[in-house]
Design a protein around this ligand. Structure first.
Ligand code: C5P
Length: 401
């Protein structure tokens, strides 16, 4: 797919100052192998890591480094470059360039070009994991995402600074696949997708509730990935502190009962259902009308079962392609497969919770996928990347049905 998607496409590769810039030379080669024409724009800091000559050699084109060089502007100025581009990919994208792009600065050739182009813009961040987690960087990235900038990665793993975590630039071949995705067929085009995300809250009294640690991040990433794949996406979310991915419709609920009803109301015409929410299995049998007072040394709360949303979707007829999640603390594969069978799912995605690189409230995830006649692992990688891969996988299986 990528091959044809990139054939004769004009890609501007913006290289900024980071050690991952050395991988960008290989990226140029890979993009060209996939059929793209590539022109490289480097920031001044990038030239401290890799020389323009390297990029000139691998791209077969002069490298652009300066906005104010009359000679270079005469050959192909920033406006001409901006018009030439079918897509702009900034890889590696440093924390600095993310900040400058987020704030619409135009203080060098690359940032000026990014403002002057109508082509889609993508960034492949690469930086130390602490920098990546800094609230300033987080805010800049979410601002860019809201504006429709595609953020590829970063990956989780060893870093040049000797640390381990999220911040590695994606490998060149992964980036080529993502850039191809900017042009390629959108595998869920015309499909309706419903995703549940986040925890539910089950009230004990007007001020207290039973809930869990789900942050909603995986479900939100899945909704964004399904949207990127061309789907019409409905997100049914429990209480979370996340912004709705642009272009996704969201229904907020609190209890499992409300989530069940919201999902049922959206099932008509639904092609794919992904139950990613951490739905409370039980709710208090009685909800006190006033705040429960402390009197006895011990108190008992009677719980009753909530409806199983996922199982009820899987049992509907006609039914969407149905994907469930299994968050486990032990025997991941045994429990996940048991759930897949019991609930009658097309696919289950199991993950271990409470791990440094997977589970609740962390930015990365590792999933074990199990379907009727096979299984595979995805990640560890950022939840956004794992979501992209899961959606691509599901779209492929749906197309074979
Ligand atoms: O059975 P368990 O809760 O571990 O299964 C997890 C999967 O089932 C998740 O996909 C979750 O969204 C879904 N689920 C549900 N309704 C429930 C409980 C779980 O849809 N009441």
């Amino acid at each position: 797919m990528t091959e044809s998607a990139l054939r004769q496409r004009h890609i501007i590769l913006g290289v900024t100052g980071g050690i991952a810039a050395y991988k960008s030379a290989d990226l140029v080669r890979r993009l060209r192998e996939a059929g793209a024409e590539v022109r490289v724009v480097m920031t001044r800091a990038a030239t401290e890591f890799v020389t323009p000559l390297t990029f000139q050699a691998v791209s077969g084109q002069p490298v652009h480094t300066s906005l104010l060089d009359p000679e270079a502007e005469a050959a192909m100025g920033h406006i001409a470059l901006a018009r030439w581009a079918d897509a702009v990919l900034v890889a590696p994208a440093s924390a600095d360039v993310l900040a400058r792009l987020a704030h619409g600065q135009a203080n060098d050739l690359l940032t000026t070009l990014c403002l002057a182009t109508e082509a889609p813009l993508a960034v492949a961040p690469a930086m130390n994991r602490v920098m990546w987690l800094h609230p300033a960087v987080r805010d800049n990235v979410s601002l860019l995402e809201r504006r429709g900038v595609a953020v590829f990665g970063p990956a989780v793993g060893d870093q040049a600074c000797g640390e381990q975590g999220a911040g590695r630039m994606l490998e060149p071949l992964e980036l080529v696949r993502h850039v191809g995705g900017l042009f390629g067929p959108r595998p869920l085009q015309g499909r309706r997708v419903v995703v549940t995300a986040g925890p539910t809250r089950e009230a004990l009294d007007p001020v207290r509730f039973i809930s869990n640690r789900s942050s909603g991040r995986m479900g939100f990433a899945l909704a964004a990935a399904a949207r990127d794949a061309g789907a019409d996406v409905e997100l049914v979310s429990g209480p979370v502190a996340l912004e709705t991915p642009p272009g996704v419709r969201r229904t907020d609920v609190e209890t499992a009962g409300e989530m069940h009803d919201a999902v049922q109301a959206l099932l008509d015409g639904c092609d794919l259902f992904i139950g990613c929410a951490a739905v409370a299995d039980y709710r208090p049998a009685q909800v006190a009308s006033g705040k429960i007072k402390k009197r006895e040394q011990q108190m008992q709360v009677e719980l009753e079962r909530n409806p199983d949303i996922l199982a009820s979707v899987a049992a509907a007829s006609p039914r969407p392609f149905t994907v469930g999640f299994a968050a486990e603390t032990e025997d991941l594969q045994g429990h996940a497969e048991d759930k897949r069978r019991r609930k009658g799912l097309d696919l289950i995605a199991g993950n271990l919770v409470g791990q440094p690189d997977s589970g609740f409230d962390v930015d990365s995830n590792r999933l074990w996928l199990r379907w009727q006649d096979g299984d595979c692992w995805l990640g560890p990688a950022s939840k956004a990347q794992v979501a992209d891969e899961l959606i691509a996988f599901v779209a492929d299986r749906m197309s074979k049905e």
